[in-house]
Design a protein around this ligand. Structure first.
Ligand code: NCD
Ligand code: ZN
Length: 468
């Protein structure tokens, strides 16, 4: 099967150029002069369109298995395909969570049956409880080891506990101590893996909740209970652990200007530290709460305009490498509860690309930088490059074709997740993925997934000296 994507503008982090992309047997076979790609079984006209390397969402919680009342892998990956994503990395906090290699292998097999996009799998750290499994999980192909730093877990289900007051202490696995986290960094470093952490210092949060002295009522209470110093302090501690152990340390969903500053400073000092942010931190602030309401509750919280600006700065100057959605669905019923009572997390895998493309067309970010943070930079971070994240001969033929002129309005009723309450509902913008190609096959047309689910597992390449 030979497919030619003709007359489009190829966008890579290194620049933009007109070319035909020739795909054969799932791979990119060649780049050719516009209109000169030769005969093909299928020709896709991309005149006037931007052809990006397939977008990657490295931060998706599909809740599958175990919490499928909230979401499942079939729905989340259809939503991903609909939104122009061709690969996701699936977070490990389903039931059971991915804490050993048996679960990792089962999960890959199970998800392969229903996946609409390719997927990597995260492993979960339980602190000392599964420290011995960490090297095995890395060797078995987990894209990274995730530490929900500061979260307590249910002793039996090992689920995240969002609100500590909800559970009696004997039913909790308390978060690892700093000493135990330090040992985790050392173990991941020895195994050559990537350690990613949710960074909010639990001690700081508890102290702030105590001084607040009452339940969350207004959005300001949430910001007072989970201030930026909680994020910055955790990142600074992690940076020191990374310095001491040589571990590759990744900060997921960075939400504060202070956090970005610590990452920047640490990178300048030569520490192996990287960061991700999400569209919610780039496009929303506390001022949107009156309009959106409690369902914009996410951890870490969406903060103030100055934080949003600091994060944009970090995204543009290279401090932040990757944008993920932190697609973290809950049921509509749960997300309609009060600010205090509802679990944190919002859907976002389907809106990631449109929201970022709109920012691009408003001049906030160049197309080249977008190709980095939504594709190549992410692929390199998880060692999926150049199989993913590249439009090069030999790479998987994963492409996200964007119509820069298309206008859109996000509508909950038209999203593809199981529970659709988007914080961007009603938002208008410009620029959307109109065609998704996964290993040479069209998986999305005009925002609708097409064809049988054909996603496959992907795993990091072996560490090569060039990565070191
Ligand atoms: C995530 C979830 O619900 O799994 N929620 C969230 O608010 N981001 C957990 C997490 O990523 O911290
Ligand atoms: Zn998190």
């Amino acid at each position: 099967m030979r497919t030619r994507i003709s007359n489009g503008t190829i966008v890579t982090p290194a620049g933009r150029f007109q070319a035909d992309v020739v795909c054969q047997d799932g791979l990119i076979a060649a780049l050719a002069e516009p209109g000169r790609g030769g005969p093909a079984d299928e020709v896709i006209d991309a005149s006037g369109k931007l052809v990006f390397p397939g977008f990657i969402d490295p931060h998706v919680h599909s809740r599958d298995p175990g919490l499928t009342e909230k979401e499942d892998f079939a729905h989340s990956t259809r939503a991903a395909a609909a939104g122009g994503i061709t690969t996701i990395c699936e977070m490990p906090n389903a039931v059971p969570p991915v804490t050993d290699v048996h679960v990792l292998r089962d999960r890959a097999a199970q998800h392969s049956e229903v996946a609409s996009v390719d997927f990597g799998l995260w492993a979960l750290s339980l602190g000392p409880e599964n420290l011995d499994q960490v090297p095995r999980l890395i060797e078995a192909g987990a894209v990274g080891v995730k530490l929900f730093w500061g979260y307590a877990l249910h002793r039996t289900t090992r689920q995240l506990v969002y609100n500590l007051a909800d559970e009696p202490p004997e039913r909790l696995i308390l978060p690892p101590t700093n000493g135990e986290v330090f040992q985790l960094f050392a173990a991941v470093a020895r195994a050559g893996g990537l350690l990613a952490a949710h960074c909010e210092d639990r001690g700081v949060i508890e102290a702030c909740q105590r001084s607040l002295g009452h339940d969350l009522e207004r959005y300001d209470d949430l910001l007072a209970a989970r201030p930026d110093v909680a994020e910055a302090a955790a990142i600074a501690t992690g940076a020191e652990f990374a310095r001491a152990t040589g571990c590759r340390f990744h900060v997921v969903h960075i939400s504060s200007a202070r956090g970005v500053e610590i990452v920047r400073r640490s990178q300048r000092a030569g520490i192996s530290i990287s960061a991700e942010t999400c569209p919610q931190y780039l496009t929303l602030t506390d001022e949107d709460y009156d309009r959106i309401g409690p369902m914009m509750k996410v951890y870490p919280p969406v903060r103030r305009a100055a934080d949003r600006e600091g994060i944009w700065q970090g995204l543009l100057d290279g401090t932040i490498t990757s944008v993920g959605s932190d697609h973290a669905p809950h049921t509509v019923e749960e997300k309609r509860r009060s600010l205090a009572a509802q679990p944190a997390g919002c859907i976002g895998v389907e809106t990631l690309a449109p929201v970022m493309l709109d920012a691009m067309l408003r001049g906030r970010i160049s197309a080249e930088r977008l190709a980095w943070v939504c594709s190549e930079g992410t692929a390199r971070l998880y060692r999926l490059y150049p199989r993913k994240g590249a439009i090069l001969p030999g790479s998987d033929a994963d492409l996200t074709i964007v119509d820069p002129a298309a206008e859109w309005q996000i509508d909950n009723a038209r999203l593809h997740s199981k529970h659709n309450l988007s914080p961007w509902h009603g938002r208008r913008g410009r620029g959307r993925p109109v065609l998704g190609v996964l290993r040479g096959r069209v998986i999305m047309r005009d925002g609708e997934p097409v064809g049988e689910p054909s996603g496959r597992p992907v795993r990091p390449a072996e560490a090569r000296p060039a990565d070191a």
